[in-house]
Ligand binder design. Structure first.
Ligand SMILES: C[S@@+](CC[C@H](N)C(=O)[O-])C[C@H]1O[C@@H](n2cnc3c(N)ncnc32)[C@H](O)[C@@H]1O
Length: 225
């Protein structure tokens, strides 16, 4: 089937595919200037995400796509905090940021296929990674598996509004998807349908309300499907 922009926009076809390989390459190039660019743009959202996540001493918390670790100083002490990322270059910067801080483990790992046993965490955060991973449904399945049933899963991302003018620009950017390292056009409805994630909280996040925070609970294993 031929891929047309209109079909992609309508959600009939998936947008141009990202791969782990293309992401590793994209974030290898971005790592050196990430903190001074997107790192700053995303700062308010990260702070809000941490308020909603409200990690408590003693909790086991996972952050997937931890990047250069800009969120790590926002977590209180006394947690068992694990951050994973696919990009060695991004992760290396995160490691330098938290050097010597106890209770933090950083691992190179794919958020779509994690090595943790079921129910390993009380809470998990995925900030600005849902439109980055090639298979968001696989990432959500994994988050649902590694967070204990009833534990909090927090997603922070930009989601496109197909009715908006902005989404037309995002569609125009789709040919650059691999280089950007994320899907510029990423409708919320498609995300929720494809992942089965049922948020109990949906909140617009600054700057400009362009990003959305979703918070929901990990389902018991029996109702995973
Ligand atoms: C836009 S950055 C967000 C980084 C960080 N969360 C922040 O708030 O700045 C997306 C991150 O997701 C990572 N990533 C991409 N694919 C991944 C995967 N399959 N598993 C884990 N991390 C991945 C990238 O390497 C990059 O560090």
């Amino acid at each position: 089937m031929n891929r047309s922009t209109k079909e992609v926009a309508l959600g009939i076809l998936p947008p141009p595919l990202l791969s782990n390989e293309s992401n590793i390459k994209a974030y290898r190039s971005q790592a050196a200037f990430y903190d001074a660019t997107l790192g700053i743009v995303f700062a308010q959202g990260r702070r809000r995400a941490l308020e909603v996540l409200a990690p408590q001493a003693g909790e086991r918390v996972l952050e997937v796509g931890v990047g250069t670790g800009l969120s790590l100083p926002l977590y209180p002490p006394g947690l068992k905090l694990t951050g994973i990322d696919l990009s060695p270059e991004m992760l290396h910067r995160a490691e330098r940021r938290v050097l010597g801080r106890p209770g933090i483990q950083l691992l190179q790992m794919d958020a779509q296929a994690m090595n943790f046993p079921d129910g390993s965490f009380d809470k998990a955060a995925a900030m600005y990674i849902s439109s980055v991973v090639p298979d968001p449904a696989a990432m959500l399945r994994e988050l649902n598996r590694v967070v204990r049933p009833g534990g909090l899963i927090l997603i922070l991302n930009h989601f496109s509004d197909p009715a908006s003018l902005m989404s037309r620009c995002e569609i125009l950017l789709q040919p650059l998807t691999r280089r950007l390292g994320f899907h510029p056009y990423f409708p919320l409805q498609l995300f929720l349908q494809s992942t089965g994630f049922v948020p109990e909280r949906v909140e617009s996040v600054k700057p400009f309300g362009y990003w959305t925070l979703l918070a929901g609970r990990a389902k018991p294993a029996t109702s995973k499907a």
